[in-house]
Design a protein around this ligand. Structure first.
Ligand SMILES: [Zn+2]
Length: 111
């Protein structure tokens, strides 16, 4: 018997291969169970570790992190951790465009 979806409680989970990406970079296609009602994807535990391994291989693992906003004169400063700066090839003194993408999302565009 098919398992009921723990998210919507209405649909059932069906095995499916699902394409995964991280930060816009393709990681591959992995075994998962997908709800036929809400579309929620549940990767198998084997898939979760394979996705993690692939993300590490590509240097994507751990690039997202929480940082604190600090004051600098009249402005606020957000520190960019060095692994992320290396990944983006961001250099000291480089000019970037900073703009809100949504009310709760900030985008830094590298020239
Ligand atoms: Zn569901």
């Amino acid at each position: 018997m098919a398992e009921q979806c723990p998210v919507c409680g209405k649909g059932t989970l069906r095995p499916k291969r699902v394409r995964e990406e991280m930060f816009g970079i393709e990681l591959g296609t992995y075994a998962a169970e997908v709800c036929n009602e809400c579309g929620e994807v549940f990767f198998t535990s084997e898939s979760v570790s394979a996705i993690e391994d692939r993300a590490k291989e590509l240097g994507l693992w751990g690039l997202a992190s929480k940082v604190k906003v600090a004051r600098s004169g009249n402005s606020l400063v957000v520190r960019i951790p060095s692994p992320l700066a290396r990944y983006l090839k961001l250099r000291n003194g480089q000019e970037v465009l900073v703009a809100p993408e949504q009310k709760h999302k900030l985008v830094l565009e590298l020239g």
